[in-house]
Design a protein around this ligand. Structure first.
Ligand code: SDX
Length: 427
């Protein structure tokens, strides 16, 4: 097959290289389009535009496939942990016993915040959204790095600090919002257990770490760990491409993730389910509203730019919901509503025709609600989980010798040449 694509423009034929990825994804390399033809492309929302070559995560949206460094998400969900998967995503291989030991101790060594960061927490109003605090405090944490780091240490130290401290910042912001004393991390606890300890222990009594609860949250983090060039990861790469540091790039990723169309959807799903529950609707009225463009409502947690099939993460989380609620001997009416909504939507031509399926956010909130994590912290959980993916994408840009600053073009549709008018001539 020819390795070039031909484009006829203004009765001239141009050739552009075809780039084929390791999973047979085909793309046109248009990096010479403007210099050759004077044209640029236009692709609102970048639905057809590849921004980079990447070795980290592969998604086949039509088949509902997700792999981190080639390993299927289903296998990692069943056999791995969040920290081991974080290592895989960041460093490109599963760690051996020494590597995971060193990585874990690096996370433990970096779990405490600089004591002066407490003053930053004091400055936030109690009602401040934890995503605003998280973004600010990630940048603040970058200010407390040791001044002198040798070049080999910089990334390792930054990555370990960021991955470890993102949960400390999250837990401290939760405690602060309730006026509770902050609970310091305990080196004896592993990553997710330590987070739950910092969230829910009291100075006089440690939180009881139920293995099923720890494993359920660890799975949530693992399933969120990366997802190729989604909105927030592309934001991290955009900022990293200017050679800003890892903390600045991750802080920008937090801001992009916050939106209800992206990571904020997990909070929006629970708010939707609670509204439906309160209204006494069995879900069918809401589905009709979600189909009506004038209603301003969407079936949150449904649909995806890439997945035109069931999001494999949603399938895994849905199963974990049932398991965790059974262990906790709890029934959650919102889970029943979610299942009814899924059943109704998946048999409705509106959703079928548009290939709208449950995504990662549809069931994740049910697990977090069962664990006792407050609604306002749901997207923060997403950010903690996504941190390895952001770090890995930052590293991919940072390591690429030919990396260029991201600077898309536009098609200008504004006013053509005009001139400054003095006040007396203005209408
Ligand atoms: C995440 O990119 C990633 O990988 C993201 C993520 C990750 O891990 O990083 O997977 C995490 O962000 C998951 C998505 C969370 N967001 C939501 O659940 C919010 C609800 N879903 C949507 O708003 C929407 O589906 C998006 C934002 C997820 C995708 O938007 P697109 O690709 O721009 O699709 P679109 O808005 O153009 O929708 C296509 C059609 C439209 O109808 P028509 O104009 O063709 O008639 O589908 C409709 C939309 O109105 N539609 C929905 C819908 N989602 C799309 N209608 C009702 N309810 C919905 N949820």
């Amino acid at each position: 097959m020819s390795k070039v694509a031909k484009l006829e423009l203004d009765s001239k034929v141009y050739e552009f290289p075809i780039v084929v990825g390791s999973e047979d994804e085909h793309s046109l390399d248009i990096s010479t389009l403007r210099s050759k033809t004077g044209y640029i492309t236009l692709d609102e929302g970048y639905g057809n535009t590849g921004s980079c070559l990447s070795n980290i995560t592969f998604i086949d949206g039509e088949k509902g496939i997700l792999r981190y460094r080639g390993i299927p998400i289903e296998e990692l969900a069943e056999k791995s942990t969040f920290v081991e998967t974080a290592y895989l995503i960041i460093y490109g291989k599963l760690p051996n016993s020494q590597e995971i030991k060193d990585f874990s101790s690096l996370l433990t060594k970096n779990e405490m915040l600089h004591e002066d960061m407490k003053f930053h927490f004091e400055g936030f109003p109690t009602h401040a959204h934890p995503m605003a605090i998280l973004s600010s405090m990630i940048n603040a944490a970058g200010c407390f790095l040791p001044e002198v780091l040798n070049p080999d240490e910089v990334f390792l130290t930054q990555a370990a600090r960021l991955l470890s401290q993102v949960r400390t910042i999250a837990a401290f912001s939760y405690r602060k919002s309730l006026g509770l004393p902050i609970i310091y991390p305990k080196p004896i606890y592993k990553y997710t257990a330590n987070f739950l300890h910092m969230m829910f222990s009291e100075p006089y009594e440690d939180y009881e770490l139920q293995p099923e609860v720890v494993n359920a949250l660890d799975l949530i983090f693992l399933l969120h760990a990366d997802h190729e060039q989604n909105c927030s990861t592309s934001t991290v790469r955009m900022v990293a491409s200017s050679q800003a540091n890892l903390f600045a790039s991750a802080a920008a990723g937090v801001c992009a993730l916050w939106g209800p169309l992206h990571g904020g959807a997990n909070q929006a799903v629970l708010e939707m389910l609670e509204d439906i529950h309160k209204s006494g609707d069995n879900g069918s009225r809401f589905i009709e509203a979600a189909k009506d463009k004038t209603s301003g409502k969407r079936l949150m947690g449904f649909g995806h730019r890439i997945y035109k099939n069931y999001d494999p993460r949603a399938r895994i989380i849905k199963k974990k919901c049932d398991e965790l609620l059974a262990v906790l001997k709890r029934k959650d009416p919102l889970l029943d509503i979610a299942k009814r909504l899924e059943e109704g939507a998946l048999s409705d031509p509106y959703f079928i025709d548009r290939k709208l399926y449950p995504n990662v956010d549809f069931y994740s909130g049910i697990i977090m609600r069962a664990i006792g994590i407050p609604l306002s912290m749901y997207t923060v959980m997403f950010a903690i989980g996504r941190m390895p993916g952001w770090i890995a994408n930052f590293k991919e840009i940072h390591d690429a010798k030919d990396s260029r600053i991201y600077r898309p073009r536009q098609v200008y549709t504004g006013r053509t040449l005009t001139h400054y008018t003095p006040f007396r001539e203005r209408v």
